[in-house]
Structure formats: structure tokens, C-alpha cells
Ligand binder design. Sequence first.
Ligand SMILES: Cc1cc2nc3c(=O)[nH]c(=O)nc-3n(C[C@H](O)[C@H](O)[C@H](O)COP(=O)(O)O)c2cc1C
Length: 328
Amino acid sequence: MRDQEPGIKDQTIVQDRSPKPEARSPSLAVEIAGIRFANPVLAAPGPLGFGREVQSVVDLRAFGGFVTKSVTVEPRAGNPYPQVVQTPSGWLNSLGLPNHGLGGFIAKDLPFLRTLGIPIIVSVAGESVDEFVTLVEWVAREADVAAVEVNVACPNVHAGLVFGVDANLTYELISLLRARCPVPLFVKLTPNVTDIAVVARAAQEAGADALALINTIAGLAIDVERRQPKLGGVTGGLSGPAIRPVAVRMVWEAARACTIPVIGMGGITGADDALEFFIAGARAVGVGSAVIDTPNVASQLCEGLTSYLVRHGFSSITDVVGTLEISS
Ligand SMILES: Cc1cc2nc3c(=O)[nH]c(=O)nc-3n(C[C@H](O)[C@H](O)[C@H](O)COP(=O)(O)O)c2cc1C
């Protein structure tokens, strides 16, 4: 006799009460030059100084990594005041790289930074090749320095030129430093050039492990009543939302011209701003000026990036990198 098919009324509906696997949150982790960053939002060099100064108002550990303000060989007091003026959609600053100098950085600033437990990248600024060599050799031998970032927006007193505006000067400097630097070497590019791709390629060919861009754009603000510059240092560097389209364009050009990772920055205030950089080809982003108004910007950005990834079905932020579609 044929087994009787169970009728609907005979079927027991067993409800599966076993715990469902949690939907996995997409990953924000990125890797650059062998360094693992838990999230791709880095503190850009400058506005957060060396961290200690702002630790009571900014959750520094929310950043994936911390890039220090540029360290010079000798201590610097900085430029005459005013050092910062507000402009529509941005800040013009002429701080003059105030810092404790190499010795002060190692003795006073680095011990605090070590306590953060996130990768620390030390930015260095020299006025000559020899100064850069001194800085890189001393900084790179310190424990817990994940990478050194060379700020090439500095004038070379011997050449009378800013290193980073000239591809040959950039190549010579970076190849010399690369040979003396046991940790990854990042190069922070200046946007005050005609063709960023040429300088980016020169840095890569010289052995840079990653590029960071953009630094501030040169500007001048004038007090028309006094017919004087608003800044004590006369000209300054423009940052904030005003420079973002320029920065995104340059990141896109540098990423297309190079194979090494690019860290993009310039005017990021929210997740969509950061996403522009990722889509243009950046593997991580830096946030500078935005922390002035929004001290918890890093965690806000991470939340916004995660919700974008969920919304678009991406499992990792790296899936977004370099996905700009241009219809012809
Ligand atoms: C007050 C201030 C100080 C800065 N100091 C440095 C510095 O020491 N070294 C450096 O490479 N960039 C420095 N920058 C540039 C920033 O790191 C960043 O490249 C630029 O401001 C663009 O990003 P943002 O619009 O998010 O600020 C400074 C920027 C500001 C606003």
C-alpha cells in the first residue's frame, strides 16, 4: 500500500527557534603598506597637534590612525598672529609649523601617542635634504612608529623651491630617505602644482609606500579697511570644504597614475565627502579642519560609512575604492 501523503492538517509546523546568525557588519578595516588600520579615517596632520593638547575633547582612539603635526629638527615657535582666519567654507592658516622639535617630540609627544593603541604615523618637515635625513633616521628607529610621512610642502633653502612642486627634487629626496627608513614611508603631496600625477609618480618611483594628499592650497586673505594681510604670516594654506573638489580631483589623478595606496583628504566633514575620496581611488581618508567644529567626527564618519556599505550591499570599504564610473 502506498504511503499516504500527509494532509495539511497532519503537518506539524516546527518553528526554528535557534538563534539566527547575526548579519555581519561590513568591514571598515584597511591595510596600507602592511599596516592594519581598524577603520579608514585617519587624523590628518595639524589640527590635532600631537594629540595630548586635544585629548580631553577629541576621542583620538576613534580614528583608524593618527598622523602627527609635522616635526622639525629644531623647536619652532610658529608665525606671528593671527595664525588662522576663517573664510567662506574653509580656514586659511599660517601656523609656521610650531612644534617641540625632534628632541621634544621624542621626549614629550611620542610617549603619549604610544598610549593610544592605534597606528602612529609621524610627519616630518625639513628645510634641507640633510634635515630630512636626520628626522627620518631618528623617528624611524623609535618603537611604535608605524610609518614616517614626509611633508614635501616645505621650502628647500638650498634649491629655493618647495620640494614637492618639483618632480626631480621629490624623486631625489624620497629615494635618499627610502634607503634610510626601516619603516613604511608615506609622502604628503602639495596641491600647489600644475600636474599632481607627475609628482605622485616621481614619489612612487623613488620608493614611497603610500601617498597622502592634498595638503593646503596657498591663499591670501586681505583686510580691506587696513589694506593688510589678515594673517601674520601674510599668505597661508586653505583647508576645509572649499578645497574638496580640488582634492577629490587630485586624488583621482594620483590614484590613476600610481599603484601605491593613496590617502585622500581635503574638506571632509561627513561620510558622503569621504566616500567621494574612496570612489576616486583613496584607500583611506584624513580629516583635519572638521575636528575644529566636530570633535567626534571620526566616529560619525565610521557610522555613516557603515550605513552606506550596508545600503549598497558591500562587505568592505575596500570594495568601494576606485569605483568611479564614467559613462562615455
Ligand atoms: C591648522 C592646520 C595645521 C596643519 N598642519 C599640517 C602639518 O603640520 N603637516 C601637514 O602635512 N599638513 C598640515 N595641515 C594640512 C592638513 O593635514 C590637510 O592636508 C589639509 O588641511 C586638508 O584637509 P582638511 O580640509 O580636512 O583640513 C594642516 C592643516 C591645518 C588646517
